[in-house]
Design a protein around this ligand. Sequence first.
Ligand code: DGY
Length: 334
Amino acid sequence: MAIRVLTTRGELPGSGLCRLAGAADLVPWHGTGRPAPEDLAALAPGSTAVLALGNDPVDAALLDAAGPSLRVVALASMGFDNVDRTAAAERGVVVTHTPGVLAETTADLTFALILAARRRLGAAAASLARGDWDLFRMDDYLGLDVHGATLGLVGYGQIGRTVARRAQGFGMRVLHHDPYAAEADALSTPVDLETLLAEADIVSLHVPLTAETRHLVSHRELAAMKPTATLVSTSRGGVVDEEALLTAIRAGTLHSAGLDVFEREPMGAELSPLAAEPYVVTLPHIGSATERTRAAMVDLAVDNILDVLRDRPARTPLPGTASAYERPVSGSRS
Ligand code: DGY
């Protein structure tokens, strides 16, 4: 019987989908906007694999709609908060993501946001585009320095460390807070979260969205930051309480923010009020968006699917999940 793979997009960067099409029948979703869970479920029956992006809902209903043929959900993303991992584990479905291929590109964008927010690039570029530049003024678009500042990294995994490397070139002092990386290294000093929030000029978030990190930055944390500080996030929108951030920005108790990720994505025409704030730079989740990196993410997702189809361990399973498909003992699959 032909192998079916549900792909949540009909086209993806690079040649990964073509390789996959050589090994399986692809069943792509072709709608507009964000795919609704029921639309994906309608395409899922009989699928052996699902290839999804980091924003696509992969819930228990989708896994059940695919049925017992389903062996692997391969994400073309590092983030995995869109997947019901418990439901996947209960059904013996391998879940994979894409570490190792996007840290450098995402670290580049983190620095772009740091620079844009502190040097007020968005507001300055918009004013030029409006034709508002009639005189050179010494006090137009005054920002805050990035070089020599203290950078606080919340989360010190692949991306956090890669950002720390870039910070050396800006002569920055780097602190990090990460319960899983409590050691100092040549780039950064571990501190508790309170110290990081109090001392950092720039707080940059590099944690996955989990039950523990949801609204990790809310009123209390924002109040603990310097009024001259900048908050930057390239992780997941849910890590920041956006309403609390808006309050802090409007009250002037926080200098600025640079956000690539939001609690509600995509936003469509109904923009987050943060997008209209002059001291906030907002981007549509483009942290890993270079041609090479997005193609590498798709390639890795496809390799993970092919590994499982060939009864090999997936190369980048999510931590804490099975690396290879093991059929659950009879009756355990509810
Ligand atoms: C990731 O890889 O998690 C990026 O945010 C794209 O989803």
